[in-house]
Design a protein around this ligand. Structure first.
Ligand SMILES: [Cu+2]
Length: 169
């Protein structure tokens, strides 16, 4: 399936001074004190049909603003990630093949560049929930990250929510 996706991923890092105004929240913050989305999202498992053939399981905890480990290791193959949200906010688990920094443009994660780099994700889900995502992994480095946005205009990755996954024989 996931054949040899090019190991050569060029990450372009555009550093833009993010103003303190936090006016880059295009969601139009509503009235006083309402934080975050209407209600926490539930789990949307990814590739549940692949779980039965997964040969490895990696447990990951997510909280503000870090994953439970800085480095995860696995062997190439089908891997199920069992992600538990131990925090008080929604978190996601996104993967950037090739590793390195999440590409930014104009101070925000560059979704087009992420897509071009082959990034994929287990969508954000709410506190106290667990969710599984299964993928086939080729050998290589992957950056794990969460770019759920906070009300201050930053996102969880900005606050340090990243880790490394090393897939090697
Ligand atoms: Cu997060």
């Amino acid at each position: 399936m996931s054949a040899s996706r090019s190991a050569l991923v060029l990450t372009t890092i555009v550093v833009v001074a993010a103003g303190c105004g936090a006016d880059n929240d295009d969601e139009g913050a509503s009235s006083s004190g309402t934080v975050g989305p209407d209600e926490p999202r539930t789990c949307e498992p990814v590739n549940a049909e692949l779980e039965t053939i997964a040969d490895q399981t990696v447990e990951i905890g997510a909280s503000e603003f870090a994953f439970s480990d800085a480095v995860y290791e696995a062997a190439p193959g089908t891997i199920t990630f069992e992600v538990t949200n131990n925090g008080g906010e929604e978190h996601e688990l996104a993967f950037l093949p090739g590793g390195g920094d999440v590409p930014y443009t104009d101070g925000k994660p560059d979704e087009a560049a992420l897509e071009a780099a082959g990034a994929f994700e287990l969508e954000a889900f709410g506190p106290g929930r667990s969710c599984n995502a299964t993928y086939e992994f080729a050998a290589g480095a992957y950056t794990l990250f969460c770019i759920v946005r906070t009300t201050d205009g930053e996102n969880h990755y900005d606050k340090g929510m990243r880790a490394t996954l090393t897939v090697a024989e």
